[in-house]
Design a protein around this ligand. Sequence first.
Ligand SMILES: Nc1ncnc2c1ncn2[C@@H]1O[C@H](COP(=O)(O)OP(=O)(O)OP(=O)(O)O)[C@@H](O)[C@H]1O
Ligand SMILES: [Mg+2]
Length: 301
Amino acid sequence: MTSENEAILNDEISTSIGAGVGVADGVQPDGGAGTATQASAKAASDVPAVKATGVHKAFGGLHVLKGIDMTVEPGTVTVILGPSGSGKSTFLRLINQLETITAGSIEINGELIGFKHVNKGGRDVLQTLNDREIGRQRAELGMVFQRFNLFPHRTALQNVMEAPVHVAKTPKAKARAEAMAQLERVGMADRANYYPMQLSGGQQQRVAIARALAMHPKIMLFDEPTSALDPELVGEVLGVMRTLADAGMTMIVVTHEIGFAREVADQVVFMDGGVVVERGSSSIIDHPAEPRFQDFLSNVL
Ligand SMILES: Nc1ncnc2c1ncn2[C@@H]1O[C@H](COP(=O)(O)OP(=O)(O)OP(=O)(O)O)[C@@H](O)[C@H]1O
Ligand SMILES: [Mg+2]
């Protein structure tokens, strides 16, 4: 074991998290089969971009996610549908390590997130990653929220350059050129020097997408990216997302835009009450099997 490992051995947790049968916060997960080792996952050439196994999340006594299994293949689009409070945002936040998992495991490109296996006195134990390691894992992901959260006192260009310059330490001239290329990609190059308040909601959201892309994520997570927009502005944002999907970006999209799901999704997942109720190709939207999914669709269509 390296001295670095020893230095961070302060937060060791039960091995059961990686095995998908962990217990924390009084949660009793209903099992899970996440026992594939990191080594074997990495060796495979067709490693999923995201592999969630038996994922549970509880906030105190509130058990929000109750054993989510989900596999997202590289270069595909997964759309998550579900009623308010079903745990969709919580699931995305776990993937992006904005929340800590209660039990189960999530692998990104074959790598367990949030934890690593270490050998401690001949025992395989899981240890939480330190901030630097978590930062490295999170750099694989770009996230776009319902509210665009651009810095109000920075121009579109400055917003997109912010993380490359200050986090990735990219030289300014290079970061500027790359940021302009990302703004071009979302059709916002001609507004590079506008401040957020001078942009429509749809334009701000496109800048927010460019900002996420500027860090070259391998996977993009979208949490209801159009639900705060006026209806006439939804199309331009969905159009940018469609272009990204066509370019082969791996995407997980929480949305109520059924048309987008039908046209773009390789996989549709319907969640309710913290579990996956139905999943399949986009054809399940027109032929839902589960009554709960049927009800949901009849309310949103
Ligand atoms: N930080 C938190 N602390 C306590 N409870 C939380 C927290 N975050 C979410 N919850 C609860 O978890 C449940 C699921 O919330 P979540 O935001 O994941 O739902 P959602 O499916 O995204 O809903 P919506 O469609 O309204 O965005 C809700 O009951 C919510 O109140
Ligand atoms: Mg949500």
